[in-house]
Write a protein that binds this ligand. Structure first.
Ligand SMILES: NC(=O)CC[C@H](N)C(=O)O
Length: 232
């Protein structure tokens, strides 16, 4: 695996993601600055980490989506390269048009930082092949703008094409209104692009990977990627 983690001014999860990638693939990712024009040669996975890029001004991810490096990220995606966006990274992918929809302020207008349960809806993606479809995992969220919204036609297309990969649920895997922590449409927590090579998700799997620190439910995502890129 040759991963590149993009760092914007205000990113704060790049080291967590780099740690998770190295722990599961044995290979250290490159950290790439937002002003760079090119990705390191041979990059097969681009990761947009969480944080507060450009201070969350305008709307989370809106300025980062226009950063210099994003032309190279778009070109990588257009070639069918893998792209993972977590939290602020998901927001950036939507603002950049690499994923549909937008992340609006949480329904209760409050920042939410806590563990949540997610239902893994699809295991037929390079990001989730190590999970069983229907599995319930526990990972943290930490966001103020995680409320996924898209027009009805786009939501129907996402659902119809099986592109909703993660949904907020309760501990038993039930998708209830109470479990939908931020009011997202259809409790959507993560989606993939049409070719299933670009994944955006609000929760942070990178923070639940190391048994020395705590739970490891997020590990499957990084192991899936390592396997998809044939290094695990
Ligand atoms: N942890 C994050 O990436 C937070 C994303 C963004 N700053 C928000 O509050 O929604």
């Amino acid at each position: 695996m040759k991963a590149a983690v993009i760092v914007f001014p205000g990113s704060n999860r790049e080291r967590d993601i780099a740690y998770a990638l190295e722990l599961t693939s044995g290979q250290k990712p490159a950290l790439v600055w937002h002003g760079d024009r090119d990705l390191p040669a041979g990059t097969d996975l681009v990761v947009l980490p969480g944080g507060f890029s450009y201070g969350d001004y305008l709307r989370c991810g809106a300025i980062a989506a226009r950063a210099t490096v994003m032309d190279a990220v778009r070109a990588h995606a257009a070639r069918g390269g893998l792209v993972l966006g977590v939290c602020n990274g998901f927001q950036i992918l939507c603002e950049a048009g690499l994923l549909p929809g937008v992340l609006m302020r949480n329904a209760q207008l409050k920042f939410i930082a806590r563990n949540v349960h997610l239902k893994v809806e699809r295991s037929d993606t390079p990001f989730t092949r190590r999970y069983n479809a229907g599995a319930v995992i526990e990972v943290p969220v930490a966001h103020g703008e995680g409320n996924f919204i898209a027009d009805a036609e786009t939501v129907a297309k996402l659902e119809g094409e099986g592109r909703v990969v993660f949904r907020y649920c309760d501990a038993a895997g039930q998708v209830t209104a109470g479990a939908n922590i931020n009011g997202a449409t259809n409790a959507i927590a993560g989606i993939v692009s049409e070719n299933r090579r670009v994944l955006g998700m609000m929760p942070h799997p990178e923070n639940h990977v190391d048994p020395a620190i705590g739970p490891t439910d997020g590990r499957g995502l990084f192991e899936s990627l390592a396997e998809a890129l044939q290094t695990a």
